[in-house]
Design a protein around this ligand. Structure first.
Ligand code: PGA
Length: 246
């Protein structure tokens, strides 16, 4: 696990975007796993800037996103599909035919999870998976629990996740869904390279557990200690508890 501490989120975004752009320029048909939430937004801005300068084309990449809320359509401003369209895909030459998403509107959630699992395999697996981390140590929506999930599954969100994300729904007068579909830990761990971004003091405890804690489904992110190619980008606030006794 490489832990890289930067002064601020902008510096992180340049480095993270650089890794992704290099991957795409090495192989235009790369398969990229994307994340939503505040953590990757600056990185997406850097990728867009580099696209606008003609330094990269996203035309031939295939994408998979980590998760989606159950019950939300792609047009809902709080759906993660909408987020990706707004923050990256719609501002580049991404081919929407190669954009893969768990469908929040699927009637048979189990079949939808199976479809996504198979689709990742059909596309040859994920070259780089981008991640954030929840204040409770979740990655994707793999919430703390007593086992690690392999493939995608439907999850009841924890109160901590609802408390972190409900502001986006309240802003438009909606209630946050209690369920989501998420890639499993197995799907994430099968990615050939993983980049995790965490910034701000609210992430410091989860980051300490991720880097220094015992591998346990009670903090799902700790599984990343077992992956051969993980880069963790932190700002000083998120790294502030590293090296301190518990
Ligand atoms: P955030 O969410 O990037 O909005 O902090 C991260 C996560 O919950 O995984």
């Amino acid at each position: 696990m490489r832990v890289i501490i930067k002064d601020n989120p902008i510096e992180i975004s340049h480095e993270a975007a650089d890794i992704i752009v290099k991957q795409i320029n090495n192989y235009h048909g790369s398969v990229l796993g994307f994340a939503t939430g505040a953590s990757p937004v600056e990185t997406y801005k850097r990728i867009i800037e580099r696209y606008e300068k003609g330094e990269v084309s996203l035309k031939y990449i295939t994408t998979f996103n980590l998760d989606e809320y159950v019950g939300l359509s792609r047009e809902n401003v709080n759906s993660y599909f909408y987020f990706m369209k707004d923050n990256l895909f719609g501002k580049t030459d991404v081919d929407f035919n190669r954009v893969n998403f768990l469908s929040g509107e699927a009637t048979d959630l189990e079949a939808e999870c199976k479809r996504y699992y198979d689709r990742i395999r059909e596309c040859g697996g994920i070259d780089i998976q981008l991640l954030g981390i929840g204040t409770n140590g979740h990655i994707g929506f793999n919430e703390p629990g007593d086992k690690f999930a392999d493939g995608p599954f439907a999850v009841k969100l924890t109160q901590s996740t609802i408390d972190s994300n409900k502001k986006y729904f309240e802003a438009v007068g909606d209630t946050m869904p209690e369920y989501a579909l998420t890639m499993g830990i197995g799907d994430i761990m099968r990615a050939r390279k993983i980049i995790l971004i965490a910034t701000g003091e609210s992430k410091a405890k989860a980051v300490k557990e991720l880097v220094e804690g015992q591998v346990s489904p009670s903090c799902p992110a700790t599984i990343l200690q077992m992956h051969a190619d993980v880069t963790i980008f932190l700002d000083k606030a998120a790294a502030s508890l590293l090296g301190e006794k518990k």
